[in-house]
Write a protein that binds this ligand. Structure first.
Ligand SMILES: [Zn+2]
Length: 307
């Protein structure tokens, strides 16, 4: 059973500490994965201002955010400008690539994208992607293989702008199967590899799931006859949850799970269908995420205006 392993890196701290930790762990278990890097300014601490919103405050308490992420992540970019991650930690990104992992673009400014995507026009989206791709190209001396929209915030404008780059695929949404998005009646060449499994922060504190049994729950969701794509975070599994994640990997491998970079799924392109993305709410996540529309909703419908 193949399980696509995607590692999102959102912050300076996650890049500096979480990524090397995960690289070591993956080497110990002979696993290759896909890393999606945020390379521009780390302003993730601006999320702290969202404490003013009750649902977000509850989530921070529920996941014990300060313990999970560290206060320096939560404050980053709030009182001083955030550091440009790729300029300071390019060596970490190079090491990931040299170890044989797939490297993709997550964000230029993760926080700005999450907050502003609904208001960003095509030029702004292109500029954010271009800055991220440009810096990754300078670091790696080649283009990033793929991309993944921050916080699964994507729309038709994003999909169209991504076609201007040489991404072999994108992973911008939640869903169940590989698909080529249809935008304004046209099927785009870049396939989507959706994330099929929930993340730590979405589930913890719900349904009787705690940090002690989260990874057992995750194992119970693996399905040998379906697409399995898991997202972990350098800031979570690479740091506070590193030991638990290591146990989970061992257990999953003993049950026959083979963790692979997401690009591996493209080897059999007969499984790629066409589809569209819709905005949806998922439990445990603030705001909307892009989600693969179900087959019945798919027919020639574009849910995002202004593409
Ligand atoms: Zn992210």
């Amino acid at each position: 059973m193949k399980v696509g392993l995607r590692i999102d890196v959102d912050t300076f701290r996650g890049t500096k500490y979480g990524v090397p930790n995960l690289c070591q762990l993956l080497a110990d278990y002979c696993i290759l994965a896909t890393f999606f890097f945020s390379v521009g300014p780390d302003n993730m601490g601006r999320h702290l201002w969202r404490l003013l919103r009750p649902t977000f405050l509850w989530k921070m308490i529920r996941t014990r955010a300060s313990k999970l992420y560290g206060w320096d992540i939560l404050l980053r970019g709030t009182f001083w400008p955030g550091p440009v991650i790729g300029e300071r930690l390019g060596n970490v990104i190079c090491a990931v690539s040299a170890a044989g992992h797939e490297v993709g673009l997550h964000a230029w400014d993760h926080h700005a994208w999450q907050k502003r995507i609904d208001r960003m026009d095509r030029d702004e989206i292109y500029s954010a992607l271009n800055k991220g791709v440009g810096l990754l190209e300078r670091i790696l001396d080649r283009s990033p293989v793929c991309s993944a929209a921050p916080a699964w915030k994507s729309n038709d404008r994003v999909l169209l702008e991504k076609t201007r780059f040489s991404f072999a695929y994108n992973s911008d949404c939640r869903g169940k199967s590989l698909f080529r998005p249809v935008v304004a009646g046209n099927e785009l060449a870049q396939p989507q590899i959706p994330v099929t499994l929930p993340t730590y922060d979405e589930v913890i504190g719900r349904y009787g799931i705690s940090q002690n049994n989260f990874y057992d729950y995750l194992l119970s969701l693996f399905d040998p006859i379906k697409l399995n794509v898991l997202t972990i975070h350098a800031e979570v599994e690479g740091m506070a949850c590193l030991k638990m994640f290591s146990r989970f990997i061992k257990q999953a491998q003993s049950r026959g799970a083979a963790f692979v970079p997401l690009g591996t799924f493209l080897e059999d392109d007969s499984t790629i269908v066409t589809g569209t993305m819709v905005k949806t709410k998922i439990p445990g996540r603030d705001g909307w995420v892009a989600c693969q529309a179900s087959i019945t909703e798919n027919r020639n419908v574009s849910y995002f205006s202004g593409a």
